[in-house]
Design a protein around this ligand. Structure first.
Ligand code: TMP
Length: 212
């Protein structure tokens, strides 16, 4: 019998919640247990579009707010063929940020509504599971200073958190909130469990369309 498809698993959360560490740990663990898994991250700064985004984030260039929002979305769309190919081959993808970051960060800027922000990402491969690493601002602050990239201020991050809260009210997305204030090992244990359950559950299901 042909083996089933891989799962699309996304980790979201505010800065310093430990997304990147947990994505790497999860991929390692899935591979150790004999499952095909790969990590991806958005923005993917290696493509031409990704380089425009990276330069904007590093404050080396300025871009108009709508424009940069559409570039973040285009950066996801340009990787869709590769993502679908991998999922169909049975490789599970563990993704560090996705369209939810796209919507939460832009809609935290003045003058941007949630619906406008969602529209360019409508129809992307729908994640089978989105784990939101929740971290109280006081714990985040204790993890050290923010970096120097655009968006790395506590006022903006709080606005982003409240946009994530709104996005998490959407029952069409399989959200799981993870308490990220615990040790790396404890957080990993939960993430691994949710991911394994999802990988087993979606094997024979088609890939969905996000926000459609
Ligand atoms: P990271 O590479 O450290 O994860 O940071 C990327 C930054 O870009 C982070 O501040 C979140 C932001 N972002 C957006 O504004 N829109 C998006 O679509 C994505 C994926 C990230």
């Amino acid at each position: 019998m042909k083996c089933g498809r891989g799962a699309l698993v996304v980790l979201e959360g505010v800065d310093r919640a430990g997304k990147t560490t947990q994505c790497k740990e999860l991929v390692r663990e899935l591979q150790r247990s004999g499952r095909a898994a790969e990590m991806m991250r958005f923005p993917d700064r290696t493509t031409m579009i990704g380089q425009l985004i990276s330069s904007y984030l590093e404050k080396k260039s300025d871009l108009e707010d709508h424009t940069v929002h559409l570039l973040f979305s285009a950066n996801r769309w340009e990787l869709v063929p590769e993502m679908k190919q991998k999922l169909e081959k049975g490789i599970s993808l563990v993704v560090d940020r996705y369209a939810f970051s796209g919507v939460a960060f832009t809609s935290a800027k003045p003058g941007f509504g949630l619906e406008w922000c969602k529209s360019p990402d409508v129809g992307l491969p729908k994640p089978d599971l989105v784990m939101f690493l929740q971290l109280p601002p006081s714990v985040a602050a204790a993890r050290g200073e923010f970096g120097t990239e655009r968006y790395e201020t506590s006022v903006f991050q709080q606005a982003v958190q409240s946009k994530f809260d709104q996005l998490m009210e959407d029952p069409t997305v399989n959200w799981q909130v993870i308490d990220a204030a615990r040790s790396v090992e404890e957080v990993h244990k939960d993430i691994k469990q949710f991911a394994m359950n999802t990988i087993n559950a979606v094997e024979k299901q088609p890939i969905g369309d996000l926000w459609k």
